[in-house]
Design a protein around this ligand. Structure first.
Ligand SMILES: C[S@@+](CC[C@H](N)C(=O)[O-])C[C@H]1O[C@@H](n2cnc3c(N)ncnc32)[C@H](O)[C@@H]1O
Length: 266
């Protein structure tokens, strides 16, 4: 595989679009169409990546403008390339300092806020941007204790790159579901927090390592030189292959826990 890129690899991420789509749709299923029909309001897709979900939001909620926000030029370029619907637009922005241009009726975010340290403290501010009845809908992986993620640190310690990777953090831990509930409750008329563990079906060579290469493993790969990146990846890939064996039918099951939050502004 190509491991030279040190930015978000949109192509690698899209390779796993199907496995990652399901939680995005499960989250979308809890959105109230009445919010999408509020005149003068927009649906925001925060951390929109290549815009796959932004486009589905627009299809699912005809009438509402959908605005995707992301900090990665590469992802935004891909998103613009792939989007023909004039109702969907994209803008560069850092979620840590999000300020909507148009008032939001729905703030939707799939698999992005885990990248922001201290994200829990940002959620009350997001609720305050919404009108009464508006919705905040967030999905984040909560899999950082699983072997796929624990082995990143183990591989980081297991080679000549150890000193270089000593200070590298992966995604910031997504905390206990009850903490999100407590923080959002004072702002919410309705609040749902739940978790689902998906038994993801992967195939091909190094399926789990390939999967995490475009997300959680990325900060480790970015910290290394081109010469180090391959051997580090191989070390990690070998470790995860032992933790997630490929079955006789060629399938590798990759259980993955995700946290969902849907809060309706009081
Ligand atoms: C795992 S991808 C998810 C993309 C999309 N939501 C999806 O489900 O297909 C995470 C995205 O969050 C973006 N991201 C990470 N930190 C961000 C930040 N501080 N501000 C804006 N976007 C950020 C990344 O650039 C990346 O596109």
């Amino acid at each position: 595989m190509a491991l030279a890129s040190t930015v978000w690899d949109a192509n690698l991420y899209l390779k796993f679009a199907d496995a990652r789509m399901r939680p995005a749709l499960d989250l979308m299923g809890r959105l109230d169409p009445a919010n999408a029909a509020r005149p003068g309001h927009a649906i925001y897709d925060l951390g929109c990546g290549a815009g796959n979900i932004s486009r589905i939001l627009a299809e699912r909620f005809p009438g509402a403008p959908v605005i995707g926000i992301d900090s990665s030029e590469q992802m935004l370029e891909k998103a613009r390339e792939q989007t023909a619907d004039p109702r969907v637009s994209f803008a560069k922005g850092d979620l840590a300092h999000f300020k909507p241009g148009a008032p939001p009726s729905i703030l939707y975010s799939n698999a992005a806020y885990q990248w922001l340290p201290g994200h829990i403290d940002m959620f009350p501010g997001l609720m305050e941007l919404l009108p009464s009845g508006g919705q905040l809908a967030i999905q984040m992986p909560r899999n950082h204790e699983a072997p796929s993620h624990a082995l990143m640190r183990e591989a980081a310690n297991a080679g000549p790159w150890a000193a270089k990777l000593a200070g590298v953090g992966g995604i910031s831990p997504v905390v206990e579901p009850s903490r999100y509930f407590d923080v959002l409750k004072p702002f919410s008329s309705d609040l749902e927090v739940w978790e689902t563990t998906y038994q993801q079906v992967l195939t091909g060579k190094d399926p789990v390592a390939q999967y995490t290469s475009s997300t959680g493993l990325r900060p480790f790969l970015e910290a290394l030189s081109d010469a180090e990146r391959g051997p580090f990846y191989e070390t990690y890939a070998k470790m995860v292959a032992a933790a997630y064996p490929t079955r006789a039918d060629g399938i590798t099951l990759f259980p993955f826990r995700r946290l969902f939050i849907v809060a309706r502004r009081a």
